[in-house]
Design a protein around this ligand. Structure first.
Ligand code: PMP
Length: 397
């Protein structure tokens, strides 16, 4: 039965990890993966998470099934973070939230549900986008197209191009938007631009799907929710996927959520019943542990304050690495100005390095980046930043 099976293409980023692991140079640096490392190059276990975990371990709780939509305390905590605890939508019962297997799982449930709801809709993602966006929506059976987003000349958002593309979409089209910290470019829209996007979605009857994988990594928890809040104020119905992989450093625990904003409490009940059907036939109900940790941290005044401080620490360190990289490249005497790196937000920078330059970084320096020139700033630290800066200067000469 498998004789004719073809080899599937390798995941470009995971493939990079394999090559990195096989590299014997002790100066090697992996700027490819989208993971936050601390200054010692380690994935942090947040103290707030550890405290919540210690309490859970001590309590020795039974491991019954969760409800299909997951832990209610967790789902409420997600809603408060995304929409704000004083949100009118929440008070009106217009938001449903289901715990999901990471942000990826949330996108997957959302895509499967949308396919049942509106099978002929087209799905649009930004050009460029996180690679898995296209794959996820295509796997759900949709035709996926791009809308203009990144402007290589300004290293910002090609907002005129984006608006022109949004204005061409037919009603009912699904528009996937990065709520903050755009992956891979680090180029985000301004508040005023978000307001315009909301207006176009409203005028054209588009279905917004906001993907929020990095809340708190740009400016702060509420500041980074600007897009969710702008869509919430518009009265539109929309989807939002979210993830605690990055901001709780819980990658492998797979903790995310799908939220859907509906027109009324009564509509919410019907939509939730359908989302639950999608989950039930997929993995039945989500795992307990990661969601319970997040719920415990967010329910405790002390642990929440500790988490916010730790999150701010991660955000500040990434920002320091942005500034540090720009300065270190400048200090090499490099003619090219990289100051745009400090304007980009979140974990990534589109450096403008060509595929050939990225290849030289790998061959000559053992520094691994995505061939598009995307680097993860959170993989830089006080020990490797000068080495990376020298390599960038060398390959751009
Ligand atoms: N959306 C975007 C834009 C991402 O960058 C990521 C993670 N790289 C995800 C979703 C998925 O997050 P998770 O790891 O929680 O599945």
């Amino acid at each position: 039965i498998f004789a004719a099976v073809e080899m599937a293409p390798r995941d470009p980023i995971l493939g990079l990890n394999e090559a990195f692991n096989a590299d014997a140079r002790d100066t090697k640096v992996n700027l490819g993966v989208g993971v936050y490392f601390d200054d010692n190059g380690k994935i942090p276990l947040l103290a707030a998470v550890k405290a919540a975990e210690d309490m859970r371990v001590k309590a020795s709780l039974p491991r019954g099934y969760q409800p299909i939509e997951g832990n209610p305390a967790y789902n409420t905590a997600v809603q408060n973070l995304l929409f704000g605890k004083d949100s009118e939508l929440l008070a009106a019962g217009r938001v449903i939230t289901a715990q999901a297997i990471g942000g990826t799982g949330a996108l997957n449930i959302g895509a499967d549900y949308l396919k049942r709801l509106n099978p002929d809709a087209k799905v649009y993602i930004s050009n460029p986008s996180w690679e898995n966006h296209r794959a996820l929506f295509e796997a759900a059976g949709f035709i996926v197209e791009d809308y203009a987003y990144y402007d290589a000349a300004t290293r910002g958002v090609n907002f005129a191009g984006m608006k022109a593309d949004l204005n061409k979409m037919t009603p009912g089209s699904v528009v996937l938007l990065h709520a903050c910290c755009h992956n891979p470019t680090g180029a985000d829209m301004s508040d005023a631009q978000w307001a315009e996007v909301v207006g176009i979605c409203q005028e054209r009857g588009l279905v917004p799907f906001l993907d929020m994988a990095y809340q708190g990594f740009a400016d702060g928890i509420d500041a980074d929710a600007v897009a969710i809040r702008a869509f919430s104020a518009s009265g539109l119905q929309f989807f939002a996927s979210s993830s605690f992989s990055k901001n709780f450093s819980l990658y492998g625990e797979r903790v995310g959520a799908l939220s859907v904003v509906t027109a009324s409490k009564e509509e919410s009940a019907r939509v939730m019943s359908q989302v639950k059907r999608v989950i039930r036939t997929n993995y039945s109900n989500p795992p307990i542990h990661g969601g319970a940790l997040v719920a415990a941290v967010l329910a405790s005044t002390e642990l929440r304050a500790q988490w916010e401080a730790e999150l701010a620490g991660m955000r500040d360190r990434i920002r320091a690495m942005r500034g540090g990289l720009v300065d270190a490249i400048k200090a090499t005497g490099c003619a090219q100005d990289f100051s745009f790196v400090t304007q980009q937000r979140g974990m990534f920078s589109y450096t403008g390095l060509t595929a050939a330059q990225v290849e030289r970084m790998k061959e000559e320096f053992g520094i691994y980046a995505v061939s598009t020139g995307r680097i993860c700033l959170a993989a830089l630290n006080s020990k490797n930043i000068d080495y990376v800066a020298k390599a960038v200067a060398a390959v751009t000469k």
